[in-house]
Write a new protein. Structure first.
Lengths: 306, 541
């Protein structure tokens, strides 16, 4: 009984990994991860990156172009020269500081929303895919949730409670969960027919253990990929909500808020929208590219072709 | 047949990509096919028989497999030197191919008539009307009923056998000199297989087509081949006239292969009557209901009032073709699905309607071994975890379960130290052994074997069957053996029940049913078994 060699090369799955050029294969993953890491570092290290208080208003120094300098009096009476690298906005706040601090909110929202949507969706999806009578009820509920636009839900939540991080996160998670549920459910429906799952049923494995041990691992690759897309989407949605003025309170620096601030004067002072816009675009691009790269690596059907 | 050969393959070598388990997929393969001759290439999986066919057809996956040496002459033209444009002209016109799976080889959204006509469209300048006439004629010649009607239907409206006939019609519409058939009957039922084999024989007679027939089934070889080429690990180990190879094989591997083919005549067996009945079904019925609110309600009776009983230490074979309901019976008994009606008595206790909780103590008494060894083990968990899962579920300590797993691995002929390995590190036959060990770990009273050897090569098949018979005796198991293969059934079953369209049409001891089948369907089944007139393994010196 020798190991059965594959019929055609296309089927030879067990072949040893060739030392293919790493960068060519994982270029997307490396690029995406690097950009996200840089953004995260920027958010964490914000106070030490030559910033000042991002909410400090300076009425005498409004709408200045990038690179302008101002002499600032410190608390102890000495003076220093502060350079507004990205100019100031219509309230005289430092755009550079706001952009750097804004990375915090964007990343917190992206990561929190992705984690919670995936976790909640995974749980509902597993149960709904495996237990038939739950399925009919849950899936109609999910159809209902999917019909609610995130923006309208955010307006409703903000008017019910108050504008803040939590309202925004909830508003984005709610319509995102059904997408995860559908994904997980479809995987569960196909995996539950696998003979090894039936063998486990015959072995008397209790249903919760069966789901966690034999079915859940099959959903992980798809969920990692879906998670990155949700993350990118959440960052964008937060920016949209803030831009529309129904998200995070305007004094908090987020990329959406900065752009909303600069909207009125952007034909004359484009820097207010340009810099946060660039950061936002790069972060979302990086997350998406990372997700694409992970999909190619984790999906055996696609990976084999590479 | 002293004519010039239509296909003459000389020293053909195809290299595998680096990192594969051997250097060449096929090495120095030479054989010839004369006009009107059927040459069977036999071999187990991985022997390179399909690669040979694909090379001749010019269908190797580019960049992965490359022919590095040798020639393949089609009526004197070397096919390996042709450009892809030239090959396109040859394919369909002078050589054509039929595949294993008639469902996936046909385009589901194209009328079958159009799929046949496509060949004519590419290679000829016939008018619309002439094309249709040619298609109708070729459909007639492959004995499709009512070609006028079938020409305008879609593949899903046809049966498997009819689809394979359409494939053959499309392959033959231009009268190729060579037909390559890659396991064309493997996915079909025996009765359908017999018809398709008959059709291929008849067509090559009428049209003098040379046929290169790839198969793993020696029954099929005995049925249709003029000459046989036996392949192993990419090399031709033996070739010659069918009668010579089957009766006087020279090569040891060939002898082993032929000896492994189970005989159709059942060996003498003591009937099991003294032991108690462990498993009994009373009017077991399973009805599938589809449709509902908007769609039209449809009921399909998969199993109709089946009555079976199996004694301790006895093997009951349930024989039938696809769709006969035999697997549904197995799944009902293992309670993977709930029967619609009837009773399943396990030592007198009815488990047919028990809910999940009440069912749990009964779970360990019925264990099942599945057909597909590649899907019946969780690829992410070690073999040890698979075997110990059941006992641990029922409260056995981890260490004790592992000890039992080690013993069972020894019992099924595998190294106990390989418990920490993953399923993909084992071959198909070894995995099936692991599945048997997993079932035995629960110390069941009833073992349901659902086509346990259908996915295995014939040499491996024999070993797994021996193992199954061995564990039945050792643990005094009641075995329900589901199979479509009459040869396997003849060898391992004490009694057999023949199922057809959800009903048991005939039941009796294996010897009695094989000697004098009563029901028409059973007789048809026996008549279709390929190579039924040939006793394998009785070699002449």
């Amino acid at each position: 009984m020798s190991a059965e060699p594959a019929l055609l090369a296309g089927e030879s799955a067990a072949q040893p990994q060739k030392p293919a050029p790493r960068l060519a294969r994982d270029g997307g993953i490396i690029f995406g991860a690097t950009v996200i890491l840089l953004m995260a570092l920027m958010g964490v290290l914000a106070p030490w990156l030559g910033t000042k208080n991002p909410s400090e208003i300076n009425p005498a120094f409004r709408n200045r172009v990038p690179g302008i300098e101002q002499t600032i009096r410190n608390d102890d009476g000495t003076t220093r020269t502060f350079t507004y690298r990205m100019g100031t906005d219509s309230l005289g706040r430092d755009v550079y500081s706001r952009v750097v601090y804004g990375a915090r909110i964007s990343l917190i929202i992206g990561i929190t929303v992705a984690t919670f949507s995936v976790a909640i969706g995974l749980f509902i999806g597993l149960v709904s895919g495996y237990i038939r009578w739950v399925d009919a009820i849950v899936m109609r509920l999910m159809d209902g949730l999917m019909a609610i636009p995130a923006i309208l839900l955010a307006i409703a939540l903000v008017s019910l409670f108050r504008a803040g991080l939590l309202s925004v996160i909830v508003a984005i998670i709610v319509p995102e969960v059904p997408r995860v549920v559908r994904l997980v459910r479809s995987i569960v429906l196909s995996v539950r027919e696998e003979p090894y799952v039936e063998a486990a049923i015959c072995a008397g494995t209790p249903t919760p253990l069966l789901l966690v041990r034999h079915i859940l691992p099959n959903t992980i690759p798809a969920l990692i990929v879906q998670g990155t897309f949700i993350c990118a989407n959440a960052i964008l949605l937060e920016a949209i909500l803030s831009f529309l003025g129904i998200g995070i309170p305007p004094e908090t620096p987020t990329w959406g808020n900065i752009m909303a601030e600069g909207r009125g004067l952007f034909r004359i002072y484009p820097h207010n929208i340009f810099f946060p816009g660039i950061c936002l675009a790069f972060t979302v691009l990086a997350v998406n590219v990372l997700g694409d790269g992970l999909r190619d690596r984790l999906d055996p059907k696609l990976a084999r072709r590479v | 047949m002293a004519d010039k050969p239509v296909l003459d393959v000389q020293g053909l070598t195809v290299r595998l990509p680096r990192g594969a388990d051997r250097v060449n997929a096929i090495e120095n393969v030479s054989f010839a096919v004369a006009p009107g001759e059927i040459v069977c290439v036999v071999g187990e999986s991985g022997s390179g028989k399909s690669v040979t066919a694909h090379t001749v057809m010019g269908l190797l996956p580019p960049g992965q497999l490359t022919a590095t040496a040798g020639r393949a002459f089609l009526e004197g033209d070397d096919l390996l030197t042709k450009t892809s444009a030239e090959m396109r002209k040859i394919r369909g016109d002078r050589i054509s191919m039929i595949f294993q799976e008639p469902m996936t080889a046909l385009n589901p959204v194209m009328k079958v008539g159009d799929q046949i006509a496509e060949v004519l469209d590419i290679h000829t300048n016939l008018s619309e009307r002439e094309r249709r006439a040619r298609v109708l004629a070729v459909m007639q010649s492959v004995h499709l009923p009512e070609p006028e009607r079938l020409i305008d239907v879609y593949p899903h409206q046809l049966s498997g056998g009819q689809r394979q006939r359409i494939m053959i019609a499309a392959a033959l519409v231009l009268d190729p000199v060579l037909l390559i058939a890659d396991e064309p009957t493997t996915a079909l039922d025996v009765t359908t297989q017999a018809q398709i084999l008959k059709l291929i024989k008849e067509l090559r007679e009428r049209r003098n087509t040379g046929v290169l027939f790839i198969t793993h089934d020696f029954g099929v070889v005995a049925e249709i081949a003029h000459r046989v080429v036996v392949m192993q690990h990419g090399r031709v180990v033996e070739q010659g006239r069918t009668q010579d190879v089957l009766r006087r094989p020279r090569d040891e591997y060939t002898r082993m292969l032929i000896r492994s083919v189970p005989s159709l005549s059942p060996p003498a067996r003591e009937p099991v009557t003294a032991t108690p009945i462990v498993l009994q079904t009373n009017d077991l019925t399973k009805t599938y209901v589809s449709g509902g609110l908007f769609a039209k309600r449809r009921e399909v009776q998969a199993v109709k009032q089946v009555n079976l009983e199996v004694r301790r230490g006895e093997t009951l074979g349930v024989v039938g073709e696809s769709g006969s309901g035999k697997s549904t019976v197995a799944r009902c008994i293992a309670r993977l699905i709930e029967p619609t009606d009837g009773a399943i008595l396990i030592e007198g206790a009815d488990v047919a309607k028990l809910g999940p909780r009440a069912l749990r103590p009964h779970r360990k008494r019925v264990q099942i071994v599945f057909q597909d060894p590649y899907r019946s083990l969780n690829p992410r968990r070690t073999v040890g975890a698979a075997i110990t899962e059941g006992p641990v579920n029922f409260g056995m300590a981890e260490s004790e379960a592992t000890e039992r797993a080690r013993n069972l691995m020894r019992l099924v002929g595998l190294d106990p130290d390989s418990l920490t390995r993953f399923p993909h590190q084992f071959s198909g036959g070894q995995r099936q052994r692991i599945c048997i060990a997993r079932a035995l770990a629960m110390e069941p009273e009833i073992l349901v074997a659902d086509e346990p050897v259908s996915a295995l090569d014939v040499s491996v098949q024999a070993q797994v069957l021996t193992l199954l018979d061995d564990v039945r005796k050792r643990f005094n198991l009641a075995v329900l053996f589901i199979t479509h293969d009459l040869r396997v059934a003849a060898q391992v079953c004490d009694r057999i029940a023949v199922m057809h369209k959800g009903e048991v049409v005939e039941e009796g001891t294996t010897a009695a049913v094989f000697a004098a089948p009563k029901h028409d369907y059973t007789r048809a089944l026996f008549d279709s078994a390929p190579g039924r007139n040939f006793e394998f393994g009785k070699f002449e010196v």
